[in-house]
Design a binder for this molecule. Sequence first.
Ligand SMILES: C[S@@+](CC[C@H](N)C(=O)[O-])C[C@H]1O[C@@H](n2cnc3c(N)ncnc32)[C@H](O)[C@@H]1O
Length: 331
Amino acid sequence: MNYNQLILNDLIIGLVWSVIVCAFVLRGKGEKTIRRLKNIEKSIILSFVIVVLASGGVGFISSTLVIPHILFVLISILIPMSILYTITVSRVKTLSRGHLHDYKKGFKQHLWSEKSYNYLQSIEWDNTVFKNVQSKDVIHLSRDPENPSIIMSVSANRAQHELKLFEITKDHYSVRFICSDLQNAKVEAKLVDDKRFSYLDGNRDAFNLSETLCELQLEKVNVLLDKKGALWHNASQVKVDEFFQIAYKHLNSDGVLIIDGSVQSSLKQMVSYVYYHLFDRIIFPTERSTISKIKKYIGPGSFAGDHFEKYEVGSGMYRVIVFKKKELRGA
Ligand SMILES: C[S@@+](CC[C@H](N)C(=O)[O-])C[C@H]1O[C@@H](n2cnc3c(N)ncnc32)[C@H](O)[C@@H]1O
């Protein structure tokens, strides 16, 4: 058998092996994104081991051909698997409501919000964002104990950011924080024993804000927060319009809706995702911002575009988008 023939054989063996592995990884429609990534990683390691062991056998026949053997088999395995890995990683960007199970216990994204929050805390995110918003003069928090500013977070998850904001504001302003979430994480949250801070029971859809407020005997709030939450998971014209209509109805005349608007490089996002997946550490957020998902639905002619002034506050990772109710003429 000549040298070219050997290389061809190696490439065919590698390709056949990677097709088997790819089929295994992709099997089952319901396979979860994160599990797939894990399977690809395991398969790559397994392939390395098999190739190196097999090359030992080849070494008996001809020691000079061992290195090219390993190289060519690995190349033909790595190329298809890297493509599969890249496609799978890119799917993570499109994780939507239907894929929320990736965040459940036992899956790689479990405690994701905790880890993301720790990262944001390490860069003083809450303090910086609060200072930026204050300096922009778009929100006027109350100092009247009888008439607190109501700050409602509709997708609070574990309410870490809300608690931090409460800590920052409670001694200087008169505030009342109300948190809720579609997948209630109240029991997992480290809440404070302070009647100015509450986390509502039950799974509450932000789109049912009217019912939630009605239960609390409230009609309007001063600030609505939705950080990577309801809008992020419902980025379509119909749902974005609906969300802004609800926000408009339940915000006071000078009320604001605040969403996340970080500016992130998608390459860094991707690298960070892979890093997180391999080493369980967040070096940079891996999810795109809410504004990047909804910006095409809030232009002129949309409900948001016609009824809210949009302010971009802060820059880079710290950017948030503040939507302030427009004053209606003659109102
Ligand atoms: C990535 S977490 C963000 C949590 C938190 N806001 C933060 O930034 O750490 C997304 C949260 O949005 C919530 N969520 C998704 N759709 C929602 C909806 N329609 N109404 C309320 N919460 C929703 C999820 O249950 C989840 O807790």
